[in-house]
Each structure stands twice: as structure tokens, then as C-alpha cells.
Design a protein. Sequence first.
Length: 409
Amino acid sequence: MSWLETLRTSLEAIRTHRLRSGLTMLGILIGIAAVILTVGLGEGAQSAVTSEINSLGTNLLVVSPGSTTTSGVRGGLGTASTLTVDDSDALSGHGVAPDIAAVAPTTSRSTALAVGSTNWTTSVVGTTPDWLSVRARTLAEGQFITNADNTSEAAVTVLGPTTSEELFGGADPVGRQVTIGTTPFTVVGVLTSAGSSAATNEDDQAIVPISTAADRLFGGATRTGVQDIYVEATSSDTLSAAYQEADQELLNLHHITTPTGADFTITSQQSLLSTATSVDKTLTVLLAGIAAISLLVGGIGVMNIMLVSVTERIREIGLRKAIGANPAAIRRQFLLEAGILGLAGGILGAALGIAGAVILPHLISSTITVSPTATIGAIVISICIGLAFGVYPASRAARLAPIDALRSE
């Protein structure tokens, strides 16, 4: 029997038992759709995390203060006030750190803002003019704070787009007054949108000169202290060198002789990205493993149906053997049927998975990235599952003796 004739016979057998064939494909279909969606969720999450980390700024290092110890209880990193504006100024010196392009110290506090009867509580960030380039942000309108503003402790502010919308609605805020705490400030600019993450909304903040924040808003005994120092390396190739320069300079400034005794921590984008990517990959593998169980169940369903098919068609098999069909031809037909069921289930599952990737993000607010490699691989796997689980039923059919098959009822 030729391959074409075998294919025709296999398709006819599948068509004859449409319901049974459909239920067989359903198991594979669900498994393939689950694989595509789980891999897509993993890749989408990884892409989102990468985007959020990269939005912090290019070639970025973040210097954070150490921890406090109160009554024997150690606070987390960032709870101490070990970083100062002087530290930031020292890192800005190109003679000390030639691989550092720019430095931006920041200090922030949640504060109420008001425009007339409208009020909104947001994060007020005190920083320097270099913050805009270090954090890779741009302005939608107006201008950013200047060195002159910082020197004179000017009452000027740059709003995030969300903050601007909450306070001024759709009106242009540039040039208008906003009260921060009890001090009136003039809005000089509005930032472009940078999006938000689970931890923070980069669009909901008010930027003011760091000197203004320290002396006119926050006050207190730690006016020269800063919460973080953002350090931008000259390029991605010099990030490691910038790290070493910043670390050594701060150790010297703080009179610390051993790195293990440092009262600050320096975090790089690469380390954040590596950790986040590792977590996402682990979750993706876990979800894909669960989806693989669905494929295994679908494969067992193929084997069960093919065994039923062999049992129902014993007389047909005996008759074909009696008129000259060899075991290889019988085996080939049943394997082809199993392969067709796997292929059909894979294609339908891929279509369902792609449809789910388009529809689900509107319902669950998560990005699902359709991977062409995963889609093609899932279809190939579905064919392999059909063939693998069809081997035993096909071999059983090929081993039937013609006389025994013809005698069966």
C-alpha cells in the first residue's frame, strides 16, 4: 500500500469516528494551549521586569545607606542616614571617579500637595539637575530644575504626569502655583510618562531642588543626608569600573578599612535584572511543567483511543493481512492516524493559545508574549506525542495473525 493510500485510509478512519477523534484531540489541544500561554506569561513577565529595571536609567548604579540598630533590633538596608550630599559631590569629581558620568542624590517624603480645593498626596523628591539624565527621563513641557534653583533654594517643582493630572486635570500646569506642605511652589515643568511597577509609580511624584527639600520642606537634624545616590557610568562597558571607583571612594570618605564593614550598599542594573530574570525563568519552567502534564494526559488519551480502534477493527486488519498487507503497512496506518490526531490537536491548541494571548491581557492586566519558537515547538511535540503513544497500538495491530483476526466477533 502506498503512502498516499495509507493517508487516505487514515483520514477516512478518523472521519468515521469524528466524536472519538475530537475528544482525543481535545486533550492535546488543551495541553498545547497551556504550554503556549504559560511560556508567554513567563516571557511577558520577564520583558516587563526588564523594561521596568531599564527605565531606572542607563548604566545605573544605586548607592543606598546601611541599616540601623535600635535596642538590638537591626533595621533593613536603607534605614540609616549614612549617605550625605558631600558623598554625592565627591563621586561627581572626575579626578576621583573618571568612569562616572553623572551623580544624582535624592531624598524623598510623602507629602500633601494642594491647588485651591484640590489636594493630592504624592512622593516629593529632592534632587539635583543631573537627575533627569541619570534616570533617563525627559520633559513633556517646561524645564527642569537648575543649579541656580538648587543654590538659591528656589520654590520650584517639576511634576510627574499623574500628579499633574490629579491636581490640574487637563489644564497646563506650567507657571501655576501648587502648595507643597505649607509652602507655595511654582510648577516649571512636567515629566514625560515612564510608567509604573508594583513597587512605585514613576509618573506620580514632584521633583524639587534638594536644598529646598532639606531646608524648606523636610527639615530635621539630617538636612545633609540623602536616601539614595544614583550613579551613571560613562558606558555599559565601564559600569564595573564605576562600581569599583564609587565603592572605594565611599569607603575612604567613611573611614572604613574593610569592604565588609561598609555602611552602604551599591546595586547595579545587571544584578537586579539577573535576579528578576532568574525568578521569572524558574516560574516559567514550573508552569510549563504543569502544562506538560496536560500533554502527557493527552498522549495517554491518544493511546487509549488507538487501542480501542485496534480492538474495533480486528476483522478489518485480518482481512487486509489476508489479501497481502504486511505488518509494516498495518503499523504505518495506525501510526499515521495517531500522528494526524497529534498534528490536528497541536494546530488547534496553538490557535487557541494565540487567541488567549490576545484576549487575556485585557482581562488580567498581564503581558503575554507569543513565542514563535514555543509555538512551533509545541506543534512538533504534539506530533511526537501522537506518534509515541501510537507505537504500542500500531505494533499490537501489526502482530495480529490473519486467521485469529478473521475469527473474532
